[in-house]
Design a protein around this ligand. Sequence first.
Ligand code: CLF
Ligand code: SF4
Length: 497
Amino acid sequence: MTIPHLGTPVSASGCSAGSCGSKSAQMDALSADTLKKVQDHPCYSEEAHHHFARMHVAVAPACNIQCNYCNRKYDCSNESRPGVVSEVLTPKQAVKKTLAVAAAIPQMSVLGIAGPGDALANPERTFSVFRELQQRAPDIKLCLSTNGLMLPEYVAQIAAANVDHVTITINCIDPDVGAQIYPWIFWNHRRVMGREAAEILIAQQQKGLEMLVARGILVKVNSVMIPGINDAHLQEVSRVVRAKGAFLHNVMPLISEAEHGTHFGLTGQRGPTPEELQTLQDACAGDMNMMRHCRQCRADAVGMLGEDRGADFTMDKVEAMEIDAQFEQAAMQRRLALREAINAELEAKRNARHAAPVLQFHAPKRGRPVHMAVASSGGGLINQHFGHAKEFLIYEASSAGVRFLGPRKAAQYCGGESDCGEAENTLARTIAVLADCEVVLCSRIGFEPWGKLESAGIMPNGEHAMEPIEEAVTAVWSEMLKAGKLDVAAFEDQKRA
Ligand code: CLF
Ligand code: SF4
């Protein structure tokens, strides 16, 4: 661990061990082989998610289990959010769309199959896309997400297709918990119900995990946090999957709006609050690398995490494009050149951290933690106007360092869904979403929202426009510390009270 500056928080490496996925300090600790696999995968590396894009192709309509948080009308909510139906593509269409997107967005480094049903309940369609892309765009990493029921059967095929990232949704390892989440599975040509169904599913998931790890395939485990059902159990899940070699654990909040028509939505099962989610993620982090930057994307998501460029690549637009071998080659060369440049820059930063002098290690300054919201459109920079942000990245700065807590959705204040009459309500909602933050960092902000945020106790700050996020968060925290605003004793008294 390096301490970059005198008396300031440890920047990236300040994340407590295992607290933030493959963040910089963990990137430093990875083997060369693993680093190569994750350095440009936006889900497996928090650092990469600022720089690289992924896309999903919705080629897998069928599913072989029923989850109580799923309504078949919508996408698989194991890996994507319910509420929007994806356009199901044929494998041929999916390949053409991938090549078109990867030519237009050179940051595109990963193609995932994540629904709208289960990738392995549709094996012919899934593997036919992978096979063809391996031939025509071998630089693109292949990724799949599954509920795990059929996983052991397909591990050999997954390895043969050069898929080196697999996500398994594991919500429990106890069939009594599972029976409250899965009413049935389809197994050996019959429907199996209740506890027996959960028992089979859990056994298949665990076996699949072990088989993937044995082949050196990186496994991410997704878990949906369902308060009162599996929230107290997920720490044990985290411990077990880590012991079996899973690389990353992504605990996602249950989405259960009644209008989605899911069992949980209709029976009033609530999702966790952001505080409950963070507490569980922190509790699991002692045992496991945690992913905190998941956006619960759609099964047809396109672009950087947090942005949706799907509308730019509808099938009618894609079908109209001429794509030949020369076009594919030129696009791949552009991607490779960009990837090399980004990775060289990130590596230089990692090396600079290693080389930085270790100063005042024995007497770090103490200050209470501060939550800050950041408006960023990518690149790891503070580069977005407050009014254009559809989400804010929440960071916590303290004497232990800077750590990323996760993204929070907000409605766009200017030129978005709201018209001028609605802008005030939009701003009020954003202020409520950021209630625990004391600072909002953005590239610019208007007079009106500035005043409202300040009155709500959230200080807008545009002084760090275009700076790297963690450096800016560190600088602001240090300024607050210097100004005597971060008294630890008062904070601890307040917590006790
Ligand atoms: Fe897609 Fe999933 Fe692969 Fe990523 S998404 S199949 S691992 S390429 Fe990523 Fe989206 Fe979260 Fe999934 S942010 S929902 S974790
Ligand atoms: Fe729905 Fe996905 Fe569960 Fe299948 S695995 S029931 S598609 S959430």
